[in-house]
Design a protein around this ligand. Structure first.
Ligand SMILES: Nc1ncnc2c1ncn2[C@@H]1O[C@H](COP(=O)(O)OP(=O)(O)O)[C@@H](O)[C@H]1O
Ligand SMILES: [Mg+2]
Length: 335
């Protein structure tokens, strides 16, 4: 019987420094550690893109997550500069951990589509001699770190969770918190890796249950694109399952869940090419627009507001036409 999750001393500075984006990234990172198990159950695992100008804290965050996970740094490379063979070899060597594509240039993003389902790509396999191909398998998770949001086809974009990084929420307190996290050593987190092994079963159980609940809720909230529903429900499940690893206050979880709901709604609206939502919907520290969601319980789904605004405009328009007709008829009758 595993012990209950320990209180994590790094959690408060982590929240102060990185907020909801940090939490979403922590959740995704932890999901990558169970990438094979998640793909076995759910067939696929979404990608995570961190985008934002240089100096917005993306590497600082990933560096801390690597330390928390027992490594001095995270594994990163530029796939656009690697030969086909090196690309395949690198991806095939990753098992149950994330790989970071960094400052990627000269790369056909469509190549990553198959990584979603754990395949590195048929063309890259070696011939087996029996007319088949030994297709290399991707057992890890993909994080993309970029200064500008990447330009890819809808097929790639709907497989990708997107977090925007800015300095908007930075203060002296966030700077100090980031510096404090930087001072932690890998050895300070020795117990985290062993906890993860002990807690695998409970993590996956919570992940599975939370995925079903959030998938259902995202659909009810009006997110139409089924792949966007799937990857955001996975991230929500990853946030929920963090409680199996660390002792996390409910309010942090609630804010992180609200953020991921906003991400899904915003992306789905963009996908349908509707007018883009107000900037604050997805921003770090933005209030959750997701009352009724499995985790947040304060405000109404954004989709409802959009619908009522739309209804108001239509009613106003139809009302205007009707009143003009009535005025014309009355005017005509009085003449
Ligand atoms: N939340 C934060 N608040 C204030 N300063 C931060 C924060 N996160 C990172 N920094 C500082 O910003 C600088 C640039 O961060 P870096 O992670 O290299 O950015 P990026 O990878 O986005 O280019 C570093 O000196 C880091 O200490
Ligand atoms: Mg960087």
């Amino acid at each position: 019987m595993p012990k209950s999750p320990p209180t994590a001393k790094w959690l408060n500075p982590f929240w102060t420094a990185f907020g909801e984006n940090g939490f979403a990234t922590l959740a995704f990172w932890t999901m990558c550690r169970f990438g094979e198990q998640i793909r076995r159950e759910q067939k696929s695992l979404g990608f995570l893109e961190l985008s934002g100008q240089q100096g917005t804290g993306k590497s600082t965050l990933l560096h801390f997550l690597a330390k928390l996970d027992g490594s001095e740094d995270y594994q990163a490379f530029n796939p656009g500069r690697a030969t086909k063979a090196a690309y395949c070899r690198t991806l095939a060597s990753i098992a149950n951990r994330p790989i970071v594509f960094m400052d990627t240039d000269r790369f056909d993003w469509d190549e990553i589509k198959s990584l979603f389902n754990g395949r590195i790509g048929r063309a890259s396999g070696t011939k087996t001699g029996d007319n088949g191909t030994d297709e290399p398998i991707f057992r890890g998770g993909l994080i993309i770190e970029q200064s500008a949001p990447f330009d890819a086809s809808p097929a790639v974009l709907t497989r990708t969770l997107q977090l925007d990084f800015t300095k908007d929420r930075w203060t002296e307190a966030t700077r100090q918190a980031a510096a404090e996290l930087d001072n932690w050593q890998v050895s300070d987190f020795a117990e985290v890796a062993s906890q993860r092994i002990d807690r695998e079963a409970s993590y996956l159980k919570t992940f599975r249950n939370a995925y079903a609940v959030h998938l259902n809720w995202l659909k009810k909230a009006g997110v139409e694109n089924s792949r966007l529903c799937h990857i955001h429900a996975q991230l929500q499940a990853g946030v929920a399952a963090l409680v199996e690893m660390f002792d996390i206050p409910a309010w942090m979880l609630e804010r992180a869940h609200g953020h991921v709901d906003s991400m899904a709604i915003k992306r789905d609206i963009a996908e349908r090419s509707l007018p883009s939502p107000p900037h604050s919907w997805g921003g770090v520290g933005a209030k959750s627009p997701t009352e009724g969601s499995p985790s947040a319980s304060r405000t109404k789904p954004v989709i409802d507001y959009a619908f009522y605004v739309w209804l108001g405009i239509v009613c106003g328009f139809v009302g205007g036409i009707l009143s003009a007709i009535v005025r014309l008829l009355i005017g005509g009758a009085l003449k």
